[in-house]
Design a protein around this ligand. Structure first.
Ligand code: PGA
Length: 292
């Protein structure tokens, strides 16, 4: 009972929520012509009460100036989304939120899965798709990732498509072709105007949770190559508008150098997003640049 006109129709009706707000913001500013995006991937951390406490701390620390300069997103576990929605809506917070995974089906007998319609109803703007931990522990290949990207788009959610090479692939010097093929596979059959609105996160697997961050030059090179591949397949306009983040051991002391790279539009932050103070410092990478 997946896909189908009824579900797609319902998906259309959900639009106008989080995702379209996100798209509106995206066009606003940024020195690169794209709104910088800092997203915190909480992974399997924080129950719903801890999630509320963390979002409250972020909301208290971040101000209008911050939100005018950077889009701030948190990606809590499914079980915390309803609480985060209530807090964000109740206090009219500018923080956006999303999920860490999505089913490629819209409904049906898929025990344990969560659909795009459920996430849209919870006011999610974003959803991670194809994170390396999903690829590694849940066997998600490019075909599944592609189906999940399409499911997100059906429900008006902005997919954050994660790609990146293992250490083995980098040592063999094949990181660019590997990432390009993950991007091509993940976006197969997606319309150019949809590609323009989505987000890619380049996350070298060897840099995730290891403290070993890619050099800004390497990240810039991979992200430029990804944008070039998107341009070749989906057109220059889509490639120019789409945001590409770096992820992998991002911290306050390395974000500024990353964001100084012309191709890098933001960061997907794992471990450091669990600490409110550190995450706020990352969101304020501009202040760090001018002297802290
Ligand atoms: P990390 O995780 O910042 O802890 O390396 C990044 C991610 O997996 O998205």
């Amino acid at each position: 009972m997946s896909g189908g006109g009824r579900s797609e129709g319902a998906g259309q009706a959900e639009r106008g929520g989080g995702a379209s707000r996100a798209r509106g913001r995206e066009r606003q500013s940024g020195s690169k012509g794209r709104m910088p995006l800092i997203a915190g991937n909480w992974k399997m951390h924080n129950n719903h009460l801890e999630a509320l406490a963390l979002v409250q701390k972020l909301a208290f620390a971040l101000n209008r100036k911050d939100f005018a300069a950077v889009e701030v997103v948190v990606l809590p576990p499914f079980t915390a989304l309803r609480s985060v929605q209530t807090l964000v809506a109740g206090d009219k917070l500018e923080i956006r939120y999303g999920a860490q995974d999505i089913s490629d089906h819209d409904e049906g007998a898929y025990t344990g899965d969560v659909s795009g319609s459920m996430l849209a109803k919870l006011g999610c703007s974003y959803v991670l798709v194809g994170h390396s931990e999903r690829r590694q522990y849940h066997g998600e290949d490019n075909a599944v990732v592609n189906a999940k990207v399409k499911a997100a788009l059906r429900w008006g959610l902005v997919p954050i498509l994660c790609v990146g090479e293992t250490l083995e692939i980098r040592q063999a010097g094949h990181q660019i072709s590997h990432c390009a093929s993950q991007v091509e596979g993940g976006l197969r059959g997606v319309k150019a105007e949809q590609v323009a609105g989505l987000v890619i996160a380049y996350e070298p697997v060897w840099a995730i949770g290891t403290g070993e961050v890619a050099t800004p030059k390497d990240a810039q090179e991979a992200i430029t190559a990804i944008r070039e591949r998107v341009s070749a397949v989906h057109g220059a306009e889509a490639a120019e508008n789409m945001r590409i983040l770096y992820g992998g051991s991002v911290k306050a002391d390395n974000i500024t150098a990353m964001m100084a790279q012309p191709a890098i539009d933001g960061a997907l932050v794992g471990g450091a997003s669990l600490d409110a103070g550190e995450f706020v410092r990352i969101c304020r990478y501009r202040d760090l640049a001018v002297g802290a």
